[in-house]
Design a protein. Structure first.
Ligand code: A2P
Length: 345
């Protein structure tokens, strides 16, 4: 891949020119907010989108910025380009941005499994950034929250096998899906018969065990992302992973029921102690008082919340966890901005 031979290092600067590709989308909007909240040093902001939003404005640090149409010459003088406009756009434009001298942090699936491209969750494998070739991939939202919770346990007792079921919110699909859920709820409550547009079936008052396309094996691409990305990020190709990914009628935050089998035994209390100290993790686990992480409470926050920690009594060395995170923040925009922060150090 000729475009990835050059190694753009983000030169230390007081402030960076930052392009956001997909600045008007569900994740792009969150990227702008998180850059602002975390005071990432931005000199010039370049918000980019399609013809649908070009000509509009986005607000950043009390200033309005014109949204420009994404074009081949959009990346002149850009130091850092955060991409979240889908895989096709990333495949075409990320190499163009790198060629123009930018470092790309890409939120799509386009580059994640390319061996030349680091796939990074800073709490787990920030060191993988060394020697990048200009593109850094942001993992799948469900994978990010799972590895933040599991990596500290893996370091302690080595995880052999992961069985995960996800409960993923509609914001993971984008703003059209959020609108569809809101509209279908209203229509169904007034005895209407809405036509599904974004999803193959009603998402309101329903659960769809179908995220991304089906493969001949019967798994979906989303499920296989969790398998391959988990191994790449945790740096252990021997971890066995099996996933069932489900779309649920929640606006923001993904939840996951995670079962792990470990090489050495770990008690519930040991797991709780390790996770209480783990970077990016918040243990919220007092089931006797009805306290466990809920997607509604976790939306808008930064941590990966873990509750329902308990031993799997069906095997000698196993644990069950309930893991919830804001998919737009830690699952996408926050993780991308954390990568940018690492690059600027
Ligand atoms: P636009 O607002 O012009 O449609 P979401 O994931 O919430 O659906 O958002 C997708 C983001 O990607 C939006 O900002 C959208 O811009 C942008 N986008 C989609 N297609 C393109 C394209 N062909 N070129 C540039 N940006 C695009």
């Amino acid at each position: 891949m000729a475009q990835l031979q050059n190694q753009n290092v983000m030169k230390k600067k007081n402030a960076y020119n930052v392009a956001v590709v997909g600045a008007t989308g569900a994740v792009g909007t969150e990227m702008l907010q998180i850059l602002e909240e975390r005071k990432f040093p931005v000199n010039n902001l370049v918000p980019l989108a399609s013809y649908r939003s070009a000509g509009g404005e986005v607000s950043f640090q009390d200033k309005d910025y014109a949204v420009n149409l994404l074009q081949k010459d959009s990346f002149a003088d850009v130091d850092l380009a955060l991409f979240s406009a889908g895989s096709e756009i990333s495949k075409e434009y990320a190499p163009i941005a790198v060629e123009a001298g930018a470092v790309v942090v890409d939120n799509s699936a386009a580059w994640r499994m390319d061996p030349k491209v680091p796939l990074v969750v800073p709490e787990v494998n920030a060191s993988a950034l060394h020697g990048h070739k200009g593109i850094i991939a942001n993992p799948n939202c469900s994978t990010i929250q799972m590895v933040v919770a599991l990596y500290p346990l893996h370091e302690a007792v080595r995880i052999k096998r992961i069985v995960v079921t996800t409960f993923q919110s509609v914001s993971g699909t984008g703003k059209d899906a959020m609108d569809e859920l809101a509209k279908q709820c209203q229509q169904l409550l007034s005895f209407g018969d809405p036509k599904p547009e974004v999803y193959p079936h009603h998402i309101a008052f329903n659960c769809l065990p179908h995220i991304d396309d089906f493969l001949p094996t019967g798994y979906t691409k989303e499920e296989m992302k969790m398998v391959h990305e988990t191994r790449k990020i945790m740096g252990d190709a021997s971890i066995q992973v099996t996933a069932t990914t489900v779309r649920v009628p929640v606006f923001v935050s993904h939840s996951e029921a995670v079962n792990i089998e470990t090489e050495k035994k770990m008690s519930m209390n040991e797991a709780r102690a390790i996770l209480s100290m783990a970077p990016g993790v918040q243990v919220y686990d007092d089931p006797g008082r009805g306290l466990y992480p809920l997607p509604k409470d976790v939306a808008g926050t930064d941590a990966v919340y873990v509750g329902r920690i308990r031993e799997d009594e069906s095997i000698p060395n196993g644990l069950n966890l309930w893991v919830v995170a804001d998919n737009l923040r830690k699952g996408a925009a926050l993780n991308a901005v954390q990568i940018a922060e690492e690059l600027s150090r």
